[in-house]
Design a protein around this ligand. Structure first.
Ligand code: 13P
Ligand code: SF4
Length: 386
């Protein structure tokens, strides 16, 4: 299969939307929503801005939103307020006659771009050639449709931060080892929580260009910090979970020093981190989990609780506002925002909805049929995980 591109041409936002005030946009979005009625469903990820997420019919983490998209029977249009890989997933899981729209096509994800099909094919050839064919691929939801399709074709599955352990277990029941794409941190944090030693979780570093991929070891160094080393193919035979060297540039900004600092400043604080944070941060946290898990934990805690949260700032600020009886702090004093999630704004949402109301679809996401069929295999395996 060649390259799969679902990035249509981004049409320029018409001037009138740039000039409209927030209040006007609010009113126009509400009007278009009413006019579209049951033909429309708006899904919103927890990292969306407040002025956008307030219009979502359903909010959730990646897993919950994918499951919603798979269940939408009635809506002709699914407007996805999130990033590109989420809208692709919704397109793959929804029915053919439904249309998925990403209000701004430039809302991508740098992590998803860290594993290209060519790089993954090269790694696959090397790893199965050297270590044997018993390798099951797992890809984090935060990957392109073509990587999900590769994984589907090779007997693997998709996972999210809320079911990564079940996915790794599923894979290791079926193969000698698993390849975890593209977030090394989620892979490592999940493996460690399952009792897989670091020595059995080497990292495939795809390098700068094709033909430069190498397997590297990651071991525990001084003061509980990870250190990179080399890896011989002989040593690699003990590998159980091979991690891809990808990361989230937002979550990678959190540090173990920030955790130590908050613990000193706020005695009794509970630290909760998203598993896209580094091993060092997650090891120091009291709990780790998906955005939905973080929301539930904060909501369930007694009044007066103090939380230090390691995830995207829009969610942390919303939690602080929604729980005035608790103290909710970001791990970092610097706003840790996902700039691509932020691209979905009122103006783009309004433009998408008013266009639909005029019978015109702007910024649709359509995954080519064959890739969608292969990727659906990997997604369906995830949706049936116990
Ligand atoms: P959740 O699945 O925990 O919402 O995380 C998704 C994510 O990383 C969005 O970038
Ligand atoms: Fe991608 Fe990180 Fe933004 Fe999530 S928070 S969309 S992983 S860049």
């Amino acid at each position: 299969m060649g390259n799969v591109s679902t990035l249509g041409l981004q049409q320029p936002l018409p001037e009138e939307y740039l000039e409209a005030t927030e209040a006007e946009l609010d009113e126009r979005i509400a009007r278009a929503r009413r006019a579209l009625g049951l033909d429309l469903v708006i899904l919103g990820h927890h990292y969306q801005r407040d002025d956008v997420i307030k219009f979502a019919d359903h909010t959730g983490d990646s897993f919950k939103l994918a499951a919603w998209a798979a269940r939408q029977e009635q809506a002709r249009y699914i407007v996805f307020c999130g990033v590109h890989f989420m809208a692709e997933t919704a397109d793959i899981l929804s029915r053919t006659e439904q249309t998925v729209i990403l209000p701004d096509l430039s809302a991508g994800c740098s992590m998803a771009d860290m594993a290209s099909l060519e790089q993954v094919e090269e790694a696959w050839e090397s790893l199965t050639g050297r270590l044997g064919p018993s390798l099951i691929p797992i890809t984090y939801m935060n990957s392109t449709a073509e990587i999900k399709a590769f994984v589907g074709r090779h007997g693997g599955l998709v996972c999210t931060s809320s079911n990564a352990a079940a996915a790794v277990r599923w894979a290791l029941e079926r193969g000698e080892r698993a390849l975890f794409l593209p977030d090394q941190h989620l892979g490592r944090n999940t493996g460690v929580a399952m009792g897989i030693p670091l020595e059995q979780m080497p990292v495939w570093d795809p390098g700068e260009g094709l033909g430069q991929g190498v397997l590297r070891s990651v071991v525990l160094g001084r003061e509980g910090r990870l250190e990179w080393g080399g890896q011989s193919w002989e040593e690699a035979r003990q590998a159980r979970l091979i991690l891809w060297r990808g990361h989230c540039s937002v979550h990678q900004q959190f540090t173990p020093e920030q955790v130590d600092y908050l613990r000193r400043q706020q005695p009794g604080i509970r630290i909760i981190a998203h598993p896209e944070c580094s091993y060092e941060v997650v090891q120091k946290a009291d709990d780790a989990g998906s955005t939905e898990h973080i929301i539930k934990q904060v909501a369930a805690s007694p009044p007066g609780s103090i939380w230090g949260v390691g995830t995207e700032i829009h969610l942390v600020s919303r939690l602080a506002r929604e729980h005035p009886d608790k103290t909710v702090l970001s791990l970092t004093p610097f706003a840790c925002a996902c700039s691509t999630m932020y691209r979905i704004d009122q103006a783009h949402l309004c433009w998408s909805l008013e266009s639909l109301d005029r019978g015109q679809v702007v910024n649709p996401i359509t995954v080519p049929e064959q890739a969608a069929a292969d990727a659906r295999l990997a997604l369906d395996r995830m949706l049936t995980l116990k």
